[in-house]
Design a protein around this ligand. Structure first.
Ligand code: FAD
Length: 430
């Protein structure tokens, strides 16, 4: 079922309802030339475009729908330290030296997000403070490992272990037996962050076209992006379509899997009641494999996300499922109405690390942030811009991460993943 859209063309959500005023960019009509053509108006495309324009490149950005229409305008808004894998796992994939560089790039990703928000005065409710909530004793052992790894081995002092009582002071729920507090992770209004980046792009000279799906690309020495009403010829293309790129670059389809995840927004709870749930206004994620995540909104609702769907459940069904999950964590919200439910596709990779690379010497791509894209997209955009400017060292650290196609190819990867997830869901229950 296609997601319901607002009159402005964004997916209906609390974010779309509270979006800052934003211009409508024209659709492409005619042929253009530029230095770099960026496909996709999410964080990846927007940051790549902005970093390039700031260094004097003539950039055209083509977005199939509206800026922030994809995951960047619908996500949980959680800015998360590091990657979807432990550093020990990353070391085993890429070696200690590259793992150290990846850690540093992850830290830079959060810092550059904060700097962008400040520099461009993006009103997106940026708030720091985050907790991983332990549900089971084995999660507490994971917390110890995380503290040892991040604080002990990577010198990151933002994290501390929480016992049950400390956790309950941060999250008014009996569901958790402890956790990890991270002062260097946080949350924001995702769509307003994307719209703010788009404004910054425009101010830097990027020509943005919306409602302009790219239907074909040429990856040769003189690359181009074709649309129904015009072609953009450029020296370089950057593909930032992530889970929504579809058949434009078939080579990119096999290494990511689009997985639907959903968020609900309660009715406004009032400041006092919202604050009673999360007194320090942190964002929270539990530590199950199929996880729940939640936080307060600026107008005192609870935004609660979780669950994955491969079966195309309808929206009312999802709303009820998520509401039940929310009430399991916060039974004190019984009787509170859930006003909105929306979803989007997260692009995951087999190893759950982002994939950055080149389709040819003139065509770059980044995707597959595996649930950590709010922060990591920025550094992906920056390192792609560096590579196009002629310094590919940091881009190549990402590009060296080994990636594999999902078993089953494009058609059978979903059933294969469903089976794998079923196993993890059962493990969550143990
Ligand atoms: C419900 C949900 C919750 C999430 N929660 C979190 C979270 O809390 N923290 C976190 O770090 N990450 C989270 N994520 C993931 C995060 O949102 C993404 O990693 C990130 O937004 C990816 O940005 P992107 O620019 O690469 O892709 P997108 O934001 O998806 O942008 C891709 C854009 O490309 C456009 N496009 C695609 N194909 C074409 C084409 N052919 N022509 C023109 N344009 C095209 C699309 O229309 C789209 O606007 C979540 C994702 C979802 C869906």
């Amino acid at each position: 079922m296609p997601a319901p859209r607002t009159p402005s063309g964004h997916v209906r959500s609390w974010y779309a309802d509270t979006a800052n005023p934003h211009p409508r960019h024209p659709a492409l009509d005619g042929d253009l030339r530029c230095d770099v053509c960026v496909v996709g108006g999410g964080y990846t495309g927007l940051t790549a475009a902005l970093e390039l324009a700031e260094h004097g490149f003539d950039v055209v950005l083509l977005e199939a729908r509206r800026v922030g229409w994809g995951a960047s305008g619908r996500n949980g808004g959680q800015i998360i330290t590091g990657y979807n894998k432990s550093m020990a796992a990353i070391e085993s994939m890429v070696g200690k030296e590259d793992a150290r560089s990846l850690w540093d790039l992850g830290e830079e990703a959060k810092a550059m997000l904060a700097a962008r928000v400040e520099r461009h005065r993006i009103a997106c409710d940026l708030t720091w403070g985050y907790a991983y909530a332990a549900v089971k004793p084995r999660h507490l052992r994971d917390v110890d490992d995380m503290v040892e790894e991040m604080r002990g081995r990577y010198g990151y002092d933002g994290v501390r272990r929480l016992d049950r009582a400390e956790m309950e002071e941060l999250v008014a729920s009996r569901s958790y037996i402890g956790g990890l507090h991270d002062s260097g992770s946080g949350h924001l209004h995702p769509l307003n962050y994307a719209l703010g980046l788009a404004d910054a792009c425009q101010a830097a000279g990027v020509r943005i076209f919306e409602e302009t799906p790219v239907t074909r690309i040429d990856t040769g020495p003189e690359p181009r992006a074709e649309t129904a009403a015009g072609t953009v010829r450029a020296k370089f293309l950057v593909l930032g379509g992530n889970a929504y790129l579809g058949r434009v670059a078939p080579a990119l389809e096999t290494t990511i899997m689009p997985v639907a995840t959903y968020v609900v927004a309660t009715e406004p709870l009032g400041e006092e009641r919202a604050a009673s749930l999360l007194p320090t206004n942190i964002a929270v994620s539990d530590m199950n494999f199929v996880l729940n995540y939640f936080r307060r909104s600026s107008d005192h609702r609870l935004l609660f996300g979780g669950g994955v769907s491969y079966s195309g459940l309808d929206q009312p069904g999802l709303k009820a499922v998520l509401r039940a999950k929310m009430l399991a964590v916060f039974p004190q919200l019984r009787g509170v109405a859930v006003e909105q439910c929306w979803g989007g596709n997260v692009a995951i990779t087999m190893n759950r690390l982002p994939q950055l690379g080149r389709l040819s010497p003139t065509v770059y791509f980044a995707h597959g942030y595996s649930g950590h894209g709010v922060a990591l997209t920025g550094i992906a955009g920056r390192t792609i811009a560096e590579a196009i400017r002629g310094t590919a060292e940091r881009f190549d650290v990402f590009a060296r991460i080994p990636h594999h196609a999902f078993p089953g190819g494009r058609r059978l990867r979903t059933p294969a993943l469903v089976l794998a997830m079923l196993w993890f869901r059962m493990r969550d229950l143990l």
